[in-house]
Ligand binder design. Structure first.
Ligand SMILES: Cc1cc2nc3c(=O)[nH]c(=O)nc-3n(C[C@H](O)[C@H](O)[C@H](O)COP(=O)(O)OP(=O)(O)OC[C@H]3O[C@@H](n4cnc5c(N)ncnc54)[C@H](O)[C@@H]3O)c2cc1C
Length: 397
């Protein structure tokens, strides 16, 4: 006898989206989450003490009015009146110890032919370096676009599939172009979770198929469900599928993981000379980006989250780097928080790989969602969950 219609592993935006659709359709749905909070990569660190009320994004920082599935879920949760526009400040480049404007690094003569190079050029089957390098020219790609794309996906972007970056989506012009909520983007996860059943501190160790569904093992016991959805990072999904679904596990194991060492810091406003920025893009630096809180200005504090390349600097090295970039003495770096993030390192051929995964899932009540299908953006996750939810409905209960 199953305890639940649908069990979902992981309470990041992918799992929450799947649970949102299933719960609203009246299914008895439970999410099992290993942490004590929802959000996964939506992780807004909220400070206490003298910084009470100040928060910093340790993971995702930007959502846009083109994120239609996300907005529809917020609408259903009656949270649209909580959206706050983000201030329009620009990104700058940081290289060789200096901050540079992006236009100052572009070679405009090389850009002149860009519109013509774009004609007939397809993204499909091309890497980011191949596709965008052809359009803007090799010099512009190396000096500006490559570091900017590395910053966007927090990993070396050159071999990433071009079709998985910047998917064109219609904008809802009735909402701010880029927005957040009080408390940061994790509030989105919390708002969605309000209407859902989530069991915290439950690390799923194994899954197996039973005659009428699935049995899921955690350290605390066993759960049974008619249908199962894995909404974990790809490496965890591959590991959990190994026993019962070796073919799927082998397919997912082909997707590598990029680690990101993220360090957030809050600094009194008066200590910083740097003018307001959305963030600094590192070129040939140990960090991909230093994303700023200036998009949601605070009266007393400023904050930056440095997303470091993995394994390059130890903790002391990271502190020295942050102090140098922000122009602060090292002893002033007091309000520091760290998090290790992981993202899939997608490669050309991703479409074929996912095609095979979807064929193996067809006809089953096992669903897979996450950021390793059409792209890593939050809206890609929500979209995948909606598509998998629609398939599960077709499979029947
Ligand atoms: C530094 C960074 C910056 C980003 N910036 C942006 C941005 O600005 N805009 C944007 O659109 N996207 C951005 N992204 C991408 C986006 O945030 C992520 O791709 C997306 O949030 C992933 O959601 P998810 O639910 O698929 O996975 P996750 O958020 O990783 O959630 C997976 C969940 O599964 C849980 N879990 C894993 N294993 C188990 C287990 N065995 N048992 C129980 N629970 C388990 C984890 O604890 C976690 O909560 C960024 C990502 C990072 C890392």
């Amino acid at each position: 006898m199953a305890d639940y219609d649908l069990l979902i592993i992981g309470a990041g935006i992918s799992g929450l989206s799947m649970a949102h659709y299933a719960t609203r359709a009246g299914l008895n749905t439970l999410i099992l989450e290993q942490e004590r909070q929802v959000g996964g990569c939506l992780h807004s660190h909220r400070f206490g003490g003298e910084l009470d009320g100040f928060w910093l994004e340790l993971g995702a920082h930007s959502v846009f009015n083109s994120y239609g599935n996300l907005l529809a879920m917020l609408e259903a949760a009656r949270a649209l009146d909580r959206l706050r526009p983000r201030a329009k400040v620009g990104f700058r480049l940081y290289t060789a110890g200096a901050i540079r404007s992006i236009p100052s690094q572009l070679h405009f003569s090389e850009l002149l032919l860009a519109p013509f190079r774009l004609l007939g050029l397809k993204k499909t089957g091309r890497s980011v370096a191949d596709y965008f390098g052809r359009i803007v020219g090799p010099h512009n790609y190396a000096t500006v676009l490559e570091p900017a794309f590395n910053a966007v996906i927090c990993q070396p972007a050159g071999e990433f599939p071009a079709e998985c970056l910047f998917n064109a989506r219609p904008r809802r012009k009735d909402f701010p172009r880029s927005f957040t909520l009080a408390g940061g983007l994790q509030t989105i996860a919390e708002v969605l979770a309000n209407d859902l059943l989530v069991q915290y501190g439950q690390t799923v160790r194994a899954i197996q198929q039973a005659s009428d569904g699935f049995i899921i093992d955690t350290a605390d016991g066993e759960y049974r469900a008619h249908a199962l959805c894995l909404a974990t990072p790809v490496a965890d999904a591959a590991r959990l599928l190994q026993g019962g679904f070796p073919e799927l596990a082998a397919a997912l194991a082909q997707i590598q993981t990029a680690m990101v060492e993220s360090v957030g810091i809050a600094v009194p406003k008066t200590q910083l000379k740097l003018s307001p920025v959305a963030g600094l893009i590192g070129r040939n630096e140990a960090f991909y980006s230093a994303v700023s809180r200036d998009t949601v200005p605070d009266s007393a504090w400023r904050g930056f989250t440095f997303h470091f390349r993995p394994g390059v600097l130890d903790e002391a090295g990271k502190r020295a780097c942050i102090a140098q970039v922000l122009g602060l003495p090292r002893q002033e770096l007091t309000n520091i928080i760290i998090k290790t993030n992981q993202l899939p390192a997608l490669r050309v051929g991703q479409g074929d790989l996912i095609g095979a995964v979807d064929r193996a899932l067809a006809g089953t009540r096992l669903a897979l969602t996450g950021n390793y299908f059409t792209g890593v953006a939050i809206e890609d996750c929500a979209t995948r969950s909606r598509i998998e939810w629609e398939r599960l409905q077709r499979e029947g209960w």
